[in-house]
Ligand binder design. Structure first.
Ligand code: SAM
Length: 199
């Protein structure tokens, strides 16, 4: 199959959805951070693009290319790809609801010193899960790989992102407990984390 043909059919649709999902996610994260925290308090780090992240995305594109060339039938399950798109949209909505609900409390870097304006947020989407921002990102990232019907990257993204948040949540909550004491303890007892198998 000529390699350029793929960009006009299934692959064209799947790769453009993935590309749009990534562009929208990162630019909206940056602009929301600027709107909430002010331009002078936000750096390009708020685009949330790290070296490891770029490598993971490049690996997923490589997987896509190889499978498309050698197992083209695998990419034709449009219902599965559409499920991935639905997960990307759901993940985006959950994450953006978290950012809008938490407002100034939602900083891309975990706060290790309590600031006066930092209040404990337990309403809206935070009344259903304690970490909707992370829950949304987990769903979004796995969804990007299901759009591409990438079996290896789907499993790898789920494991790597899960492991990252499973380590980050106890660290973040250690500070939240220091900042908010029993109030955070009671909140953590009644509301689940939002990340599977993380208490
Ligand atoms: C990247 S945000 C992620 C927030 C949350 N973990 C989530 O997934 O929606 C990290 C910052 O949010 C703050 N934070 C987390 N949960 C909070 C809550 N319920 N109320 C106020 N601040 C919170 C932490 O102190 C940290 O500085």
């Amino acid at each position: 199959m000529p390699i350029m043909d793929m960009f006009y059919n299934t692959a064209g649709r799947q790769l453009s959805e993935m590309f749009l999902a990534i562009c929208f996610f990162h630019t909206s994260e940056y602009f929301l951070a600027v709107t909430i925290h002010g331009k002078k308090n936000v750096t390009l780090n708020s685009l949330l693009i790290s070296k490891h992240y770029v490598l993971a995305m490049l690996f997923s594109l490589l997987e896509y290319l190889v499978e498309y060339l050698f197992f083209p039938g695998l990419k034709e399950y449009s219902w599965l790809s559409n499920l991935g798109l639905a997960l990307v949209l759901i993940g985006e909505i959950i994450r953006k609801m978290a950012i809008l609900t938490a407002g100034r409390a939602f900083t891309h870097l975990i706060k290790i010193h309590h600031e006066e304006h930092h209040n404990l947020v337990t309403d809206g989407i935070y009344s259903f899960v304690r970490h909707p921002g992370y829950c949304g990102f987990l769903i979004w990232s796995v969804g990007t790989q299901i759009i591409l019907i990438n079996p290896i990257s789907t499993v790898a993204f789920a494991l790597v992102v899960w492991r990252f948040f499973a380590g980050r949540i106890p660290y973040e909550e250690n500070y939240l407990r220091r900042f908010f004491g029993n109030e955070y303890g009671r909140y953590a007892q009644r509301v689940p984390s939002g990340i599977p198998f993380v208490k």
